[in-house]
Design a protein. Structure first.
Ligand SMILES: [Mn+2]
Ligand SMILES: [Mn+2]
Ligand SMILES: [Mn+2]
Ligand SMILES: [Mn+2]
Lengths: 222, 222
DNA sequence: TTTAAAATTTAGACAAATCTAAAAAATGAC
DNA sequence: GTCATTTTTTAGATTTGTCTAAATTTTAAA
């Protein structure tokens, strides 16, 4: 019922790597955690013994139902602290992740539920990622990758699915953040780059960047 | 410059035990940390090597100047989080200590300074203990142990110097908290017990309890 | 001043988490 | 299908923090 910081970091990393039920490999996890394959195997045995994993040696692993539950509670903590750091302490969205990496391991349930309440039960974190509620449920949203936003229809940025320093630096430079209103003006099939209108400015972004930006778009709006 | 959770717990415990420059013994520290004397000796060697301690084998130890600085920063974190938990999340003063025990180990300086600012630079925590500022300075206050409060002069409880669950339970029962206004009505030399007037009620407290309650008293007030 | 008791340190062991290097298993090119 | 390459696991070591039991040092009583 109570896991070490190291165990929690592994569980969370597996959750993110496996996405919608894919199997995770030893090397991929080692890479993600900046550790060695041998260390991963050791930890997989341990998490397996604790029934958090479906693990078949040599063939990778996925989280068990219990493992997913644990992961969602870690992610809940992480994203609530990110929201707190951003909204209450005024940190930029590229700073909050590192700090939340530490705070997420303080795992008292009542503390987290009170924090949630204090923050007004935010459904999304500063990067637009959903915050699991106290039961581990995640709000869904009709997201659209920027590449599928119809031309000349206003969309609002609601999520960025890569939060590397490099990505966030680029977004900042282009004045794109959560809540930014924009329209696609041009799409160049040669390299899939896009020209956007943002606050009366024309901004060009690459395919790689566009792939990581999601928008909401009200089809019934004018 | 960066210390493990275990090291931090030892440093803080030494700080509290040594008070105003007393020497701390191996057994006292083991007791305080619910560990064994042998473990303490091991850690003392380590902290000594890091120049955080003045350590003479068999004769106890005190924190070095650097060690005190580290201790004050840990205590700053602890008390700021206690204040946050109490004021923002609505926890009772007997609950905040345990939670702060974990949060105190998240040691990013900018985070703590921003938290301090967010909270309005509180000088005292929910138990009335002073919160070191970002330079490690502690506000002083003309405190008076309740036993020295002149009879029939109003005092305001500003600090309780024992925060055991037992003590806080008793205080709650007697409706005494930080900010409580009271007057000493009677003092019984036989057992040093006191009769207090609190909001028109007469309350009796023991010597042990009185010793841990400190009040402010304005000599110039009427 | 001797000696028994108490306090402290040392010795040796163990669990957790990590690493490097070697062995074993799976995979894919031929 | 064989075999070299890649991936994964195992073996053995290391660091941190802890423990018990034994040895050492201090202390305080007789
Ligand atoms: Mn983490
Ligand atoms: Mn996030
Ligand atoms: Mn602690
Ligand atoms: Mn306190």
């Amino acid at each position: 019922m109570n896991y070490s910081i190291s165990e929690e970091n592994y569980i969370k990393a597996i959750y993110h790597l496996q996405g919608e039920s894919g199997t995770v490999t030893t090397n991929a996890l080692a890479e993600k955690l900046s550790t060695k394959a041998a260390s991963v195997t050791d930890m997989m045995k341990k998490l397996s013994a604790k029934k958090l994993l479906n693990y078949k040696p040599y063939y990778g692993f996925t989280l068990s139902t219990e493992g997913k539950k644990v992961a969602l509670f870690i992610i809940r903590r992480h994203r609530l602290w990110e929201f707190f750091l951003s909204q209450k302490l005024g940190f930029d969205w590229e700073e909050v992740h590192q700090l939340a990496e530490e705070l997420e391991h303080v795992s008292n349930k009542v503390l987290i539920d009170r924090l949630d309440e204090f923050l007004g039960f935010p459904p999304f974190d500063p990067h637009g990622d959903p915050i699991p509620d106290s039961k581990g449920r995640i709000a869904s949203r009709n997201n659209l990758p920027l590449s599928l936003l119809p031309k000349n229809k206003p969309g609002i940025v609601c999520q960025v699915t890569n939060q590397s320093a490099e990505m966030l630096e680029l977004l900042k430079h282009k004045s794109i953040g959560i809540g930014t209103k924009l329209e696609v003006r041009k799409h160049f099939p040669f390299d899939q780059s896009l020209e956007l209108k943002i606050k009366k400015q024309i901004v060009t972004i690459s395919e790689q960047l566009a792939k990581n930006i999601f928008v909401t778009y009200d089809e019934n709006a004018n």
